[in-house]
Design a protein around this ligand. Structure first.
Ligand code: GLA
Length: 392
């Protein structure tokens, strides 16, 4: 396990080394793991994520000009004018958030210096980019003398989602920024994305959350994610005509509508819709199972979610399929599935904490025998959302 480093009490020394002055603000944001509800958020549907204990930290200070300078321990240095167009580098996320915050009247439109360090692998489906956006948003507001109170965290999440889908150009939904801005320790969040109706569910003691990194990487800007959002938007148009009722989003389509949609849609868009509709139903069944601590039902929904992402959404990848298939046979594993957008990144496994022999090592060994390398494994917990470290 990689323990998150404690940033509290840090003096921003890395920022000072890079920029010659101390930072005004330090903030930290966790990654997230989506327990279930994949590729449902941008169609207004249901998700069930938790913030995790791996985190990303930023140090920030406003400048007197309109330049944005960033240094990242992981991704190097970048700079741009605040209002220049997206450059395709990591600094697009902080700039996009700053522009959204300024447009909302929350901060002045000024340049800033930013230093970043992260325990979150990027491109692994743990939302390192949303963590960067949310941490930067908190820091920019605080450095301008503002705060996002607990009740305003959903607004911060919306600002970050707009930055990523607008300025950065990845048409993502609310899953990641909401989980990261609003996460609560020990709890998963059941969220309906179109209106942000949310409730939290305690993760029962004794259920371990593990993230297994298959080591395969992808970039959400590579076009596959956008293609799925387009397929869903086009399928909604056809569904409107085929079902003959007003529909604002695929979340309003239910299982009873599927036979009529199968007749109206080509096979590929139909499979996309079938995934979205069935996944929304799985999220709600999974939420009930989590609240009731029904571990058999949790596993069934996770395996079904993975199969649907593999067969209907074409979003899984061979290493993930292998891990999930193997997980079924390991005593002490409650369930497993890919997590995040897919096409690379991590699998999630829920397991019975304290099982002997330790269940995850069997999975690691099977993966290593098949692929000749070990997956990284993080044993994590549902953790708190983003926070200001200094000034508190
Ligand atoms: C990425 C996106 C999210 C969500 C997931 C898939 O993480 O950023 O908005 O669509 O993929 O569930």
């Amino acid at each position: 396990m990689t323990a998150p480093r404690n940033f509290d009490g840090a003096d921003g020394g890395n920022f000072e080394a890079a920029f010659g002055v101390p930072p005004a603000v330090l903030a930290a944001a966790p990654g997230r793991v989506n327990l279930i509800g994949e590729h449902t958020d941008y169609t207004g549907g249901w998700v069930l994520p938790a913030a995790i204990s791996l985190e990303l930290r930023v140090a920030l200070r406003y400048r007197d000009d309109l330049e944005v300078h960033g240094v990242s321990r992981e991704t190097g240095a970048a700079e741009a004018l605040l209002r220049a167009g997206a450059a395709g580098d990591w600094l697009d996320y902080p700039r996009g958030v700053a522009l959204e915050l300024a447009a909302a009247g929350r901060i002045p439109a000024r340049g800033f210096d930013l230093q970043v360090e992260s325990d979150l692998p990027s491109g692994a489906g743990l939302s390192s980019s949303a963590a960067l956006a949310v941490a930067t948003g908190l820091a920019l507001a605080a450095a301008a003398g503002g705060r996002f109170r607990a009740s305003e965290r959903p607004e911060l999440a919306r600002i970050c989602q707009r930055a990523e889908s607008g300025f950065v150009g990845v048409p993502c939904g609310m899953l990641d920024p909401y989980a990261i801005a609003c996460g609560q320790p020990g709890r998963a969040t059941l969220l309906r994305c179109h209106d942000l109706r949310a409730s939290t569910i305690v993760v029962p003691p004794g259920i371990g959350i593990a993230v297994l990194d298959t080591g395969v990487r992808r970039d959400l800007r590579d076009g596959r994610f956008e293609a799925r959002t387009r397929e869903c938007a086009e399928a909604l148009e056809t569904a409107r005509a085929a079902l003959g009722r007003p529909l604002d989003r695929l979340e309003q389509v239910n299982a009873g509508d599927l036979p009529a949609l199968e007749a109206a849609l080509d096979p590929v868009p139909f499979r996309r819709v079938r995934h979205v509709v069935s996944e929304n139903e799985r999220v709600r069944r999974f939420a009930d199972a989590l609240a009731a601590d029904d571990r058999g039902a949790l596993g069934r929904e996770m395996y079904a979610s993975h199969a649907s992402l593999r067969d209907d959404y074409d979003a899984s990848w061979p290493e993930a399929d292998f891990l999930v298939e193997r997980a079924r046979g390991v005593a002490g594993v409650i369930g497993a599935r890919m997590t995040g957008a897919g096409w690379g990144g991590c699998c999630l496994a829920l397991y019975e904490d304290g099982t002997v022999p330790e269940p995850l090592s069997a999975l690691v060994a099977a993966f290593a025998a098949e692929f000749g390398r070990e997956p990284r494994v993080w044993r994590t917990q549902a953790g708190p959302g983003a926070r200001l470290v200094s000034p508190r």
